[in-house]
Design a binder for this molecule. Structure first.
Ligand code: FES
Length: 203
């Protein structure tokens, strides 16, 4: 068996995905794990077909993000901290679509139409592609004043291309170019520590 880490890159410089190139070029490029998630290893054949991918999240600690590739897209899996979860209900008035009512069939499956946008509060699963023009937002998990962000920044994501901002549930803030919240892909739990991304119905 090949080393599952052989096609992974733990390189923060590679975390910026531009979907226009990743669609064509990412198959075979492996997946980017920040931090390392031990047993993500879909077969090359499964990846090429855009099949659902399984992810072992047992190594993912609170406040960390892993990125897996599904259908040529980066999918983020983030284990949110209690502090990050506590911020979410306070942000509604600052958000463009706090309840994920816009195009729900496209962006938010039914099980994620809640204040956390997730099946279980602590774990966020979203496609890491900005809904403006497809750049990949950067992690800005640390709250507080910092470059390019408001002084009362609660923690979330910043898209470097045109400045769109999203909270820790992938909900877009008002007054930025991105029109919609980040997409929640189909997913479900196979067990407490295993997810499948790309499938959300039991056979
Ligand atoms: S692509 Fe993200 S703000 Fe324009």
């Amino acid at each position: 068996m090949t080393d599952p880490r052989s096609d992974q890159q733990i390189d923060s410089g590679k975390r910026t995905w531009i979907i226009a190139s990743s669609c064509a070029g990412a198959v075979g490029a492996g997946f980017v794990a920040v931090p390392f998630v031990s047993s993500f290893q879909p077969s090359e054949r499964a990846r090429a077909a855009g099949a659902a991918v399984e992810v072992d999240i047992s190594a993912l600690k609170p406040g960390e993000r892993a990125t897996v590739e599904w259908r040529g897209k980066p999918v983020w899996v983030i284990r949110r901290t209690p502090e990050q979860l506590a911020e979410l209900p306070k942000l509604d008035s600052q958000l463009a679509d706090p309840n994920s009512l816009r195009k729900p069939d496209e962006f938010t499956p039914e099980y994620a139409r809640n204040g956390y946008r997730s099946r279980k509060p602590e774990l966020l699963v979203v496609v890491g592609i900005c809904t403006h023009l497809g750049c990949s937002p950067s992690d800005k998990f640390v709250p507080g004043p910092q470059a390019s962000l408001p002084n009362d920044w609660p923690g979330g994501f910043l898209c470097p291309c045109h400045g769109s901002t999203f909270d820790m549930a992938g909900r877009v803030f008002k007054g930025v170019p991105a029109p919609d919240n980040l997409e929640v892909p189909p997913y479900m739990y196979l067990s407490d520590n295993r997810l499948i991304i790309g499938e959300d119905k039991k056979a």
